[in-house]
Design a protein around this ligand. Structure first.
Ligand SMILES: O=c1nc[nH]c2c1ncn2[C@H]1C[C@H](O)[C@@H](COP(=O)(O)OP(=O)(O)OP(=O)(O)O)O1
Ligand SMILES: [Mg+2]
Length: 205
């Protein structure tokens, strides 16, 4: 990493993600600033893959700020739903705003009604993209996934999104019942961020 602290824009409007990034990026020598502090709007997620959407978000933030950016596109793949909601996880129930997560969770519970535990396998996916500038032809792309199952009912108060429905076999509880540190060490986002930091450090960036 270079001697001076480089400011990097975090290209996400999701408060839950931003909190996790804050703790994942403490003490790594990077100054990471949420895009809201630059009044950057949400990018249009028109891609057909996590990686395309993450690039669109990072490029949008670079363009608006003139700074390097990190973006996260993530979601939940449910095997019984043939990988849905996938890249559409955030738009699953078609509800925006404060009720979004609870509407998505309610729709997921309904979609899996009648299925027993063995038919409830699922995983979170996360793709992180680091772009130095809006025309960066070689963005750094890192991916992480997290295997689990979809519970019949929500449990736990922590985390965000689908965490209250995501059963974590290693800990025998939902992702919303994990400590922040535990979620970061196990999660798709934690794994992808570890790889990204290793890559940035190895490249001397
Ligand atoms: O650790 C997680 N724990 C629970 N749920 C999660 C997690 N990681 C992603 N998810 C869900 C939330 C949302 O339904 C979708 C991400 O959608 P995604 O478009 O990447 O994020 P977003 O729209 O909330 O914010 P933004 O695009 O500004 O980063 O997957
Ligand atoms: Mg989004």
């Amino acid at each position: 990493m270079s001697e001076h602290t480089q400011r990097i824009v975090l290209a996400s409007g999701n408060a839950g993600k931003l909190k996790e990034f804050q703790s994942l990026l403490t003490d790594c020598g990077l100054e990471v600033v949420p895009q809201s502090e630059f009044n950057v709007s949400d990018a249009e997620e028109t891609g057909l893959s996590f990686v395309e959407n993450a690039i669109l978000k990072a490029r949008h933030a670079c363009r608006a700020t003139g700074l390097p950016a990190i973006a996260d596109d993530s979601g939940l793949e449910v095997d019984a739903l043939m990988g849905k909601p996938g890249i559409y996880s955030s738009r699953f129930a078609g509800v925006e705003g404060a009720e979004r997560d609870s509407a998505n969770n309610a729709k997921l519970i309904n979609s899996l009604q009648g299925l027993t535990q063995k038919d409830r396998s699922a995983r979170f996916q996360c793709v992180l993209v680091y772009m130095r500038h809006a025309e960066d032809p070689t963005p750094i792309i890192c991916q992480g996934s997290w295997e689990g199952q979809i519970q019949h009912q929500i449990s736990g108060e922590g985390g965000f999104g689908y965490d209250p429905l995501f059963y974590v076999p290693e800990r025998d509880c939902s992702a919303a019942e994990l400590s922040k540190a535990d979620k970061n060490s196990l999660s798709h986002r934690g794994k992808a961020m570890q790889l990204l930091l290793q890559t940035l450090t190895a490249a001397g960036e």
